[in-house]
Design a protein around this ligand. Sequence first.
Ligand code: NAD
Ligand code: DAU
Length: 332
Amino acid sequence: MQRILVTGGAGFLGASFVRHLMAETDAVVTVLDALTYAASPEALAGLPPERVSLVVGDVADPATVDPLVAAADAVVHYAAESHNDNALDDPRPFLDSNVVGTFTLLEAIRRHDTRLHHVSTDEVYGDLPLEGTERFTPSSPYRPSSPYSATKAASDLLVRAWVRSYGVRATISNCSNSYGPYQHVEKLIPRQITNVLCGERPRVYGSGAHVRDWIHADDHSSAVRAILERGRVGETYLIGADGERSNRAVVEAILELMGQPRDAYDHVPDRPGHDLRYAIDATRLRTELGWAPRHTSFEDGLAETIRWYRDHEGWWRDAKLAAEERYARQGR
Ligand code: NAD
Ligand code: DAU
């Protein structure tokens, strides 16, 4: 039985990981989460209270973090500001949570010699040309192009430095775009599904030719667990499920699955500095750790996600209003 501290465990992916641990292990979990606008404690509802507890606090606050790390066998670090459009508007919270938060956690990890898994993004590698077959690998150079990805790159580099300089026992994962239930409605897939449910047209940035490499949140969670349990300390693992699609193709698939004409969407002004294409080579994860995704059909995963948003309007309605107010100010 392991005691695991999950930072950001009330967010989309952190909560997915906690649900995965409840279903697949006998771990006891403490969630540390600041409950920002992006959090969804509902995603933890119904889990056994003797195995999951929530501490509301800031990962950048040493007095909160230190005793929680001291009491844990392992820490899985999801807490972060996660949305590119918000970072373009106001980068400061991204520096506080993603950079200072990771630094604060690392100092506690160093003091207590606790195992750490740091959850990061493929965006630290910048982007790839639209045409071509090149994919990111663990040795791709760091070339972040947005305020969000720069803070995530900074957090990865801090982890690497603490491994090398202090012998901290850490692994890092860099994952591609995740989707599934409980994802905040500001993100591409839930935004477009809920637009259609609200009688609005989906909104595609720029040409919509930009490519993302989609993976279901459940598969992201099983990969993180594989790395936590069997990953080599000091290593980086890329997580992806060979799910490359252009944004246009994703929106057309949503429209078709929701019984709308495939071209019933609008183009809106592009995101500044918009990364062109992400693609993950997950060979190390698959061959070294024997991991494989369970959701192999993106269309089936999308259909299941659409059903979930259709059935959970009470969960997303208020957040949708707030997110669309932000988008209206940004002209997107
Ligand atoms: P999210 O925005 O849905 O959730 C983030 C959670 O972190 C929220 O519950 C929020 O309250 C919490 N949080 C934010 N700042 C905090 C702070 N200072 N202290 C404590 N808690 C804080 O994000 P997500 O999509 O679940 O992403 C989680 C992690 O996974 C992030 O580190 C992100 O960079 C990484 N990631 C996400 C994706 C994706 O497609 N969503 C892909 C790869 C990596
Ligand atoms: O690659 C991993 C990253 O994926 C994570 O690190 C981030 O936390 C996560 O938010 C996600 O970043 P993106 O910027 O790729 O995700 P987003 O859902 O915001 O946008 C996906 C693509 O869709 C991107 O090319 C921008 C575009 N887009 C987005 C929205 C919200 C649109 O065309 N229209 C939209 O309304």
